[in-house]
Design a protein around this ligand. Structure first.
Ligand SMILES: Cc1cc2nc3c(=O)[nH]c(=O)nc-3n(C[C@H](O)[C@H](O)[C@H](O)COP(=O)(O)O)c2cc1C
Length: 344
């Protein structure tokens, strides 16, 4: 069992984090993860700081991405993105004071054009370590004593890997932990996450923990990440989208307990229906059903008949349609063949 992961005064136990994922890790999804257990820290989708301020000044509701944040269980990290230190500090302070969140995480890893080229934020900032320092140190001051953490990629491109230098800057600026996705921004999701590179960063940090991220999709891989690389924690993103029970499996494996088996397809279907209920309770039938399409595809992914299910789910917009498509097309266990009907 790895040593407890400490982020500021928080103990993250088990040291397995649910990654922030825009468009996915809303309160309904987080509740699914929480119900299975096994993740020591959950995170919201990334929230744009300027957008927050604009809504606030115009007396509109706070961003939809903060749905649930005020009331749900702790610890909970809210991730913000932008490039203006003063604006980010202002939003960080509000999140701490008003929402009483456990951690403010800063996104320095998003590779999407709209965030990098258009808004000079996310992974774009990896090329400006001094600016990262300013942002982090302002936020740390504004949010104290709530910890501020940073999430980065290895660099902007394979030719510009600067994670070791960035790691030092992040720690010197006062961040309480560093998460690294082992790809560069230019890689997007191509190839494999480079865990050797992630591991090397450890020697460039003095006190703060290093959290490794990329391609962990099984309990065994989580155990191997702790055994083979110098990380204090791990973060899981894509693999948990249709498998919110993955954290519980990984946590059991880390404790040395037997790994709980994958739920049966019938159980997985019931998990998905419970998720659907949470989503529609919040967003109403039509919007909730449309939002659920992508989660439903995740639940079916990798199973026999998933393509067929996906093509039908893609068109639904009502509960009746949703249940009909699930009944007819969600993958089911193959029935054992009836021996009496077998050919002689
Ligand atoms: C749909 C999607 C949305 C994401 N949104 C965010 C985000 O809002 N903030 C962030 O830091 N990373 C985001 N990421 C990156 C993940 O947090 C993670 O770093 C990456 O997927 C690698 O981990 P994995 O191999 O376990 O998926 C996103 C990834 C995906 C697939």
């Amino acid at each position: 069992m790895p040593a407890p992961l400490r982020i500021g005064d928080l103990v993250i136990d088990p040291p397995i984090l649910q990654a922030p994922m825009a468009g996915f890790t809303n309160a309904a999804f987080r509740q699914m993860v929480r119900e299975f257990g096994g993740s020591g820290l959950l995170a919201t989708e990334m929230v744009n700081a300027r957008g927050f301020v604009w809504l606030d000044e115009n007396e509109a509701e706070h961003p939809d991405r903060l749905w649930g944040v005020a009331d749900e269980a702790r610890p909970l990290a809210v991730q913000i993105w932008d490039n203006d230190a003063a604006t980010m500090a202002k939003v960080g302070r509000r999140l701490v004071e008003e929402y009483k969140i456990s951690i403010v995480d800063i996104n320095f890893g998003c590779p999407v054009r709209q965030v990098t080229e258009k808004a000079h934020s996310g992974s774009y900032l990896l090329r400006e370590p001094q600016r990262m320092f300013d942002i982090i140190s302002r936020l740390v001051k504004a949010c104290s004593p709530t910890p501020v953490t940073a999430k980065i990629r290895l660099g902007c491109s394979p030719e510009n890997v600067n994670c070791n230098e960035v790691a030092r800057v992040v720690e010197e600026a006062g961040a309480a932990a560093l998460t690294v996705h082992g790809r560069t921004a230019k890689d997007m999701f191509k190839g494999h996450a480079d865990w050797d590179r992630i591991s090397q960063i450890k020697s460039h940090l003095i006190n703060i923990p290093l959290i490794g991220n990329g391609d962990l999709d099984s309990a065994e891989k989580v155990v191997a990440a702790f055994e083979n690389y110098q990380v204090d924690g791990v973060m899981i993103a894509r693999a948990c989208l249709g498998r919110p029970w993955l954290f519980a499996q990984a946590a059991a494996a880390l404790r040395g307990d037997p790994i709980p088996p994958e739920p049966t397809l019938k159980e997985q279907r019931n998990v998905m229906l419970h998720h659907y209920k949470l989503v529609t309770e919040r967003f109403g039938e039509e919007k909730g059903t449309i939002l659920m399409r992508k989660y439903a595809c995740c639940y079916a992914q990798g199973k026999p008949g998933a393509r067929h299910f996906r093509s039908h789910v893609a068109t639904i917009a009502s509960a009746t349609e949703f249940y009909a498509v699930v009944d007819e097309f969600f993958p089911v266990e193959e029935r054992p063949r009836n021996p009496s009907s077998a050919a002689p």
